[in-house]
Design a protein around this ligand. Structure first.
Ligand SMILES: [Fe+2]
Ligand SMILES: [Fe+2]
Length: 333
């Protein structure tokens, strides 16, 4: 029994492909095959099955050949393609290899077909393993990034035990609001990271101010107001694929310009920042703080409703209300 191999053969005659199949059988393969002639037929053959190998007989019109190669590379970049020709035409060889052919052999030396097939199949295996390796690395890096962000988040909160878990809960709520609003997963990923460390700038604030059990003096409050910019400065040089530093910078901005640090208004704020602002205030009001006991979630939602369209983006507030009211969302512990 030979090694099974499914081969899509682009050729204009059955007579041409018999020697190819015989050579493959002699070389230890057991081919199942389909012969097609046109680019359109290649397209439907690629749709209906997956192929181990494509053989192209260049007796078929050259224009068909290049559109077939292009099509193959668009559909599945891993399937090897070997071109068979009556004569060696250097220019066509170069063009074919550039276009993505794996090998080019003449029909006069069909004995080269077997090593060419073996080489092409091995390359496919290597390239699939490479792709898998890179995919695995991306998954590992992502997990590592999330764990690192979580560790930083916890480190920030250690100095302020009253807000333990604040950033984690804000991040969870912010992502739920973003999903409810239909944001792209790329935006949600950035929001998740930014929310989880949005108060990182509080590292610069003395812990006795952070956990002061009484109302803050104006001076102390002014110090607290520096934390978004301090957070931005910590994060701005990290090459995230998302605007993490900017979201952190803008999380205390209000759409009417009454927020800090820049007094930016709605047109200038990222949607992610406006989602974080709402999530932050809902969590902060609903949870226990050093200067007052915890309040019910209704009080937190009343706060965003009363400032909807003034401090907070209307669509964000509406999405947040839908989450708690209709979708049964609960703050995570
Ligand atoms: Fe903050
Ligand atoms: Fe916060």
């Amino acid at each position: 029994m030979g090694q099974p191999i499914s081969v899509l053969i682009i050729s204009d005659s059955d007579n041409e492909i018999r020697p190819l199949l015989d050579t493959m059988i002699k070389g230890g393969y057991e081919p199942t095959y389909k012969r097609v002639e046109t680019t359109a037929a290649v397209q439907s053959a690629l749709k209906e099955a997956s192929w181990d190998l494509v053989l192209y007989d260049d007796a078929v019109a050259e224009s068909e050949a290049f559109s077939a190669i292009a099509l193959l590379r668009e559909t599945d970049n891993n399937v090897p393609l070997i071109i068979l020709s009556d004569v060696i035409n250097e220019e066509v060889v170069v063009r074919s290899m550039k276009a993505g052919a794996s090998d080019y052999i003449t029909k006069a030396s069909l004995s080269r077909l077997i090593p060419a097939v073996a080489g092409a199949l091995q390359e496919t295996i290597d390239s699939r393993q490479d792709q898998k390796y890179h995919q695995d690395i991306i998954v590992d890096l992502r997990k590592g990034l999330e764990a690192t962000v979580q560790a930083i988040s916890t480190a920030v909160e250690i100095r302020d035990p009253y807000t333990a878990g604040h950033q984690r809960r804000v991040s969870h709520l912010a992502c739920a609001i973003a999903a409810e609003m239909g944001l792209a997963s790329r935006q949600i990923d950035g929001l998740r990271i930014a929310s989880a460390i949005h108060d990182i700038g509080k590292m610069y604030i003395p812990p006795e101010i952070l956990s002061k059990p009484a109302k803050l003096t104006e001076e102390e409050y002014n110090l607290i107001k520096k934390h978004p910019k301090a957070g931005f400065d910590i994060l701005k040089d990290i090459d995230f694929p998302w605007p993490v530093a900017r979201i952190v910078l803008e999380h205390h901005e209000r759409i009417d310009g009454s927020g800090y640090p820049n007094g930016s208004t709605e047109e200038d704020l990222l949607l992610e920042s406006m989602i974080l602002a709402v999530s932050d205030v809902v969590e902060a009001v609903a949870s226990y703080r050093s200067y007052r006991p915890a309040m019910a979630i209704d009080v937190a939602l009343d706060e965003i409703v009363s400032k909807k369209g003034i401090h907070y983006n209307i669509l964000v507030v509406d999405a947040c209300l839908r989450l708690f009211g209709l979708k049964g969302y609960k703050m995570i512990p």
